[in-house]
Design a protein around this ligand. Sequence first.
Ligand code: ZN
Ligand code: ZN
Length: 385
Amino acid sequence: MSLPSTEQLISWRRELHQNPELSNHEFATSERISSWLQQSEIRLLPLGLKTGVVAEIGHGEPLIALRADIDALPINETSERPWKSQQPGVMHACGHDIHTSVMLGVAHHLKQQENSLPGRVRILFQPAEETFNGARQLIDAGALDGVQAIFGMHNAPDLPLGELRTRGGALYANVDGFTIRLQGKGAHAARPQEGIDTIVIGSQIVTALQALPARMFSSLESVVLSVTRFTAGNTWNVLPQQLELEGTVRTHNDAIRTAIPDKIRTLIQGIASGYGAEATLEWIAGPPALINTPRWAEFALQLAQESGYRTRVASPQMGGEDFAFYLHHVPGTFVSIGSASPYGLHHPAFDPDEGIIAPAVNYFSQLAPRALALVSHRSETGAQQ
Ligand SMILES: [Zn+2]
Ligand SMILES: [Zn+2]
């Protein structure tokens, strides 16, 4: 097969877009990706994955990796595009179909220059990014074994086409979740003195939690705490005995991340016990902050400029991205590339400009051999990566 044309890249993207699959259910998606790669005799690694595909191009050492995520979201698409989702209630609303078609294009480009590649490039088509467990599945299956640097991208609907941003250090946040359960005592709504009112206590807990980031941590640190669910009661004239709250905490600093659960626990138990209620906290640790390796972030920005992107140093974001797990094991960097959608990520009308795809294919096709050359040079000179 010759190099994929822009039309080919877009047709892959539209086929993926029409056939989205949820996290850990990307069976047909994985089959499509495998067969498109095999048409060009690109070798696939037999890692025994349930979903997801890992391809490799080139020979010998060193080895770097590129990653695309492949899963979709439980959202009903509202667009009227001819290539809109054919699966009711499932939509590529985060643009992972874009990322996948970019890395498919890169795989084909690298295959064409396989004999002159100064090492190997492994391409990870990763399942289950949205549920934050796909990267760990690939790591456990050995997809990172031998990898010396890793790179990935996310489309950025709020940036114009042709713009690329990244930064050394924290780009995305630690993403943690919590569930708070309150046990009070039910009562007739007309005789609250006979019960322990979980709704009043829960309301005070929500208010107190809002003050926690501002009053327990420096204002120079980024901490966001959002309560996203408040559930209690069944009817209008009964004070409910139980209440459940859910929410999320986003941070960049690991020491703060570690300190927060105890602070929340102390606060909610103090408030609850003042009223004779009991409060428990369940802490759900999500992906760590995405920390780009500064020298690879600089390299990615420099190369972007050379390949025609307008570049900016990114601001840190409070969102999460499970690419962070890879960066805990190997150095590398993650970049944001403008996709100019009028609606944001996870919106039912999200509609990225397909003009993002071809330049991104060129970019990563240049980045891979350059990164391989740099890794060899650094290991020859004994420099730290
Ligand atoms: Zn997403
Ligand atoms: Zn995403």
